[in-house]
Design a protein around this ligand. Structure first.
Ligand code: PBG
Length: 331
């Protein structure tokens, strides 16, 4: 054949392929997610997320050490309180002796500024009903989460996390105006340098299923009155723009794998770094298929992460972070 273009020329050798690779994922771009549970003496495996644990305060520290040694620069902490500490408004969330704030403080004491210590800033783990905020009867068919009352509580939580030593807070509740309010609360409390990673475009996704096991959630129902409809695209652009206008230092799209179009569009206009969250269901599906030997675990996990990066994510929150960082170094 007489072809002008033979794209395969650039695929002939490993060196040629490395030379012409368009993107390269770095360990520094991966954020390791951790769960810490109150009242347990040994780390508990999470059955729907093989290889992931509910940590104790004591087991968390060596796990974070391993992440740091693998080249991870940021961790994201979720707290799982005692059932007895859950209440209607989630007050254990801003208690300085609450499990999440103690975890933040323990990590900051151990690691200082060696890694970025980020915490989830949302009430769902701490409320008895499992919703991301306080419920109100507004005359609709179902109780809905009261936006403004919830934002006030997020502000208390963010300030308590900053006080505990968090470098970054990460509001994941999808309340309107949460970023502006949190920024003002942090500044008033003297935490001008604590940054905000906004869960800007977060969908009401069934891919969060295994996470609910991980945090022993008391939740039943859905979050459709505050998280986005998976059918929507334009709405994400509005949400991201609002968070940028309100002062978000970083914005996020969540989940990642089934929302790569959104990641790409956000990456195209965002003036701040863009994160994407490869969520529990994405992890669980890879693990389940790999456990059956239906797919190559390492290859698929890396391909999924590279795809999210290629779509435009500067950072990826993932349960694979530590392991993937090691793989990337080996490759
Ligand atoms: C809520 C929150 C959720 C996740 C992270 N933060 C669950 C939800 O919104 O229902 C899901 C993470 C995952 O599935 O890995 N604070």
């Amino acid at each position: 054949m007489n072809l002008t273009r033979r794209p395969r020329r650039l695929r002939t050798t490993a060196a040629m392929r490395a030379l012409t690779a368009e993107t390269a994922l770095r360990p520094e771009q991966l954020i390791q997610v951790f769960f810490v549970r109150d009242g347990i003496s040994e780390p508990q495996p999470i059955s729907s997320m093989p290889g992931q644990y509910q940590h104790t305060l004591e087991s968390l520290i060596p796990a974070v050490r391993q992440a740091a040694e693998a080249g991870i620069k940021c961790i994201d902490l979720f707290g799982v309180p005692l059932d007895d500490d859950k209440d209607e408004i989630g007050s254990a969330a801003w208690d300085e002796n609450g499990i999440l704030n103690r975890s933040i403080a323990a990590c900051r004491a151990e690691f200082g500024d060696e890694i970025v210590i980020m915490a989830d800033t949302c009430l769902d783990e701490f409320t008895s009903h499992g919703h991301c905020g306080v419920l109100v009867d507004d005359g609709y068919d179902t109780m809905i989460v009261d936006n403004d009352a919830t934002v006030e509580l997020y502000c208390k939580m963010a300030v308590s996390q900053a006080r505990a030593g968090a470098h970054t807070v990460s509001p994941s509740g999808m309340m309107d105006g949460q970023i502006a309010a949190m920024r003002a609360a942090l500044d008033t409390a003297g935490f001008q340098n604590v940054s905000i990673m906004a869960y800007s475009a977060k969908y009401a996704s069934a891919f969060f299923g295994p996470f609910r096991d991980a945090v022993e959630s008391s939740f039943t129902g859905n979050r459709k009155t505050y998280q986005q409809d998976p059918a929507n695209r334009r709405e994400s652009l509005l949400e991201v723009q609002a968070d940028i206008d309100e002062g978000a230092d970083m914005v996020m799209v969540k989940p990642a794998g089934s929302y790569l179009d959104i990641v790409r569009e956000v990456a195209e206009f965002s003036p701040v770094p863009v994160a994407a969250y490869q969520v529990s269901g994405e992890y669980a599906m890879i693990e389940a298929a790999a456990a059956n030997s239906w797919i190559d675990r390492r290859a698929v996990a890396l391909e999924a992460l590279r795809s999210i990066h290629r779509a435009g994510a500067d950072m990826i929150l993932t349960y694979y972070a530590t392991e993937a960082a090691r793989w990337l170094r080996e490759d």
